[in-house]
Design a protein around this ligand. Structure first.
Ligand SMILES: [Zn+2]
Length: 161
């Protein structure tokens, strides 16, 4: 960790004013999106501290740990809307499990049992993840689930589901 990060935090904490926010997200929203460094859900959705639970991983894909977090978000924190946001120029787009497994094999690791959840069709990956949530018995039936694509070149969202 570079010292400039700690210095930046010192400056942040010096003017920090939101230490009394409740744990439950004020907007009752959970966002599942990619870890891509070019996109910040707070910025592109106009969210403030305390507004939403944001879950991020490679691709913004649904997997068991995402379901786990969404159960906690709904049951304990009261969120009722889930936004699944994938994006253009995603590193997971056009990748294959074999690409990743080959890299790991080069350092002696067998990852044949791991699905890295790459995809070939952006809109379809959004539909698949929305369907995966809707099909999960752990996700409450009254959860509103939307699927969107974020364009990293324009900053614009497009609704798919
Ligand atoms: Zn991505």
């Amino acid at each position: 960790m570079t010292p400039d990060l700690l210095a930046a935090n010192e400056r942040y904490a010096a003017s920090f004013r939101t230490g009394d926010l409740p744990r439950a997200p004020a907007r009752r929203i959970a966002v599942l999106t990619c870890m891509d460094a070019r996109m910040d859900p707070a910025k592109f959705l106009g969210l403030s501290d305390g507004d939403a639970n944001v879950l991020r991983n490679a691709g913004g894909r649904v997997h068991p740990d995402v379901i786990r977090s969404l159960v906690i978000s709904y049951e304990l924190l009261g969120t009722r809307d889930v936004l699944v946001v994938h994006h253009t120029d995603c590193g997971m787009l056009g990748l294959s499990n074999e690409d990743v497994r080959t890299r790991l094999r080069a350092r002696g690791v067998d990852a044949t049992h791991v699905d890295f959840l790459p995809f070939d069709d952006l809109d379809q990956s959004v539909r698949d993840d929305v369907d995966a949530l809707r099909g999960s018995p752990l996700i409450a039936g009254d959860t509103r689930i939307a699927g969107l694509v974020y364009d990293v070149h324009s900053g614009r969202l497009r609704q798919v589901v």
